[in-house]
Design a protein around this ligand. Sequence first.
Ligand SMILES: Cc1cc2nc3c(=O)[nH]c(=O)nc-3n(C[C@H](O)[C@H](O)[C@H](O)COP(=O)(O)OP(=O)(O)OC[C@H]3O[C@@H](n4cnc5c(N)ncnc54)[C@H](O)[C@@H]3O)c2cc1C
Length: 247
Amino acid sequence: VLGAGSNVLVRDGGLRGAVIRLGAAFGEITQTDETALMAGAAALDVRVARAAADASIAGLAFYRGIPGAIGGAVAMNAGAYGGETCDVLVEVEWLDRDGEKHVSAMDALNLSYRHNGHDGFKVYTAARLKGARGDKAKILAEMEAISDKREDSQPVKARTGGSTFKNPDGADPTGLKAWKLIDAAGCRGLRVGDAQVSEQHCNFLINHGVATASDLETLGETVRQRVQETSGVELQWEIKRMGEARA
Ligand SMILES: Cc1cc2nc3c(=O)[nH]c(=O)nc-3n(C[C@H](O)[C@H](O)[C@H](O)COP(=O)(O)OP(=O)(O)OC[C@H]3O[C@@H](n4cnc5c(N)ncnc54)[C@H](O)[C@@H]3O)c2cc1C
């Protein structure tokens, strides 16, 4: 199942089997009460942040800078700048392999830092998200500040899959950061072909144009190995790698 594809690396041999990607009909966002929205799984996170601001619903501004869709946000428990999907998700609608529709409350998903523990195959189709009454101007200012912070600290205009590895201590703002470990291991700017560890933010891998998935994965694995050697920490991929290597 693909959302916006912002957190996946498809190997060069492609995927064997069917790929499901929800179309525009799943992108609707409707306000269901004073503080809640129902967002189709194909609705982009940024649109959800804007819709929440328009409805004066606070608490969803963190979606402003995440370049995925809501189905992907639920599947990844996406979050940033102090907010996570599990903080705002009430329930989710999903289809099983037979096309049967289900509704699950947030607790059933066992969400934790960039992890969804909802067992079995499923296609999320919509999510009910709840915030709190807020002031539209303040929410818009918060979104603007988030956008500015990202532009300053991340290569947002480059071809990248965002954070490559999870922070070892999860969302804890005082915990170990993957980028610091990568920097300490001397990997800032490291290259494999056209793939490079970003000079601006070491947890981002950049494709300068013709990097293959294999270049990116080899670079990521080299970084993991060097971090393991220098700090003893085993980084976990946040990017979902799928498919087969080219034969
Ligand atoms: C520049 C950049 C910045 C980023 N910043 C952040 C950040 O601050 N915080 C953060 O958390 N992430 C960040 N990401 C990563 C990514 O945007 C998020 O993980 C996002 O939630 C993925 O959503 P997507 O729709 O692109 O999912 P995809 O990348 O398409 O898929 C990701 C996973 O979700 C599954 N999935 C997607 N849609 C569905 C569905 N409808 N039903 C079931 N499973 C589904 C896929 O099978 C896959 O396993 C960033 C990425 C980039 C490129």
